[in-house]
Design a protein around this ligand. Structure first.
Ligand SMILES: [Zn+2]
Length: 91
């Protein structure tokens, strides 16, 4: 057997800058999906944590890695196939 170990990606935690609420990216955040955008809002105070255009590929920029990870995780609930596509594009 020569299977290499597959390190699992670290859990991404999102924080609300307004009230300090914290939860995993796949946690209790409120996701608002619209025609061409989707936002993630704080369940406690309603502050928008992040927003993405739904049909764009995530930008491959180091500074957005955390947000991209969070967004990818948030999509896992509703669109696992798209998540796989994104991950394949990011690698
Ligand atoms: Zn909040």
């Amino acid at each position: 057997m020569t299977a290499a170990p597959q390190p699992s990606p670290p859990k991404t935690t999102l924080y609300c800058s307004s009230c300090g609420h914290e939860s995993p990216a796949e946690g209790d955040w409120i996701v608002h999906e619209r025609f061409d955008t989707a936002s993630v809002d704080c369940p406690d105070c309603g502050t928008e944590i992040t927003r993405r255009r739904r049909f764009d590929r995530p930008p491959i920029v180091a500074s957005t890695t955390a947000a991209t990870e969070a967004w990818t995780a948030s999509w896992t609930h509703s669109c696992t196939g798209l998540t796989r596509l994104w991950r394949s594009l990011l690698v």
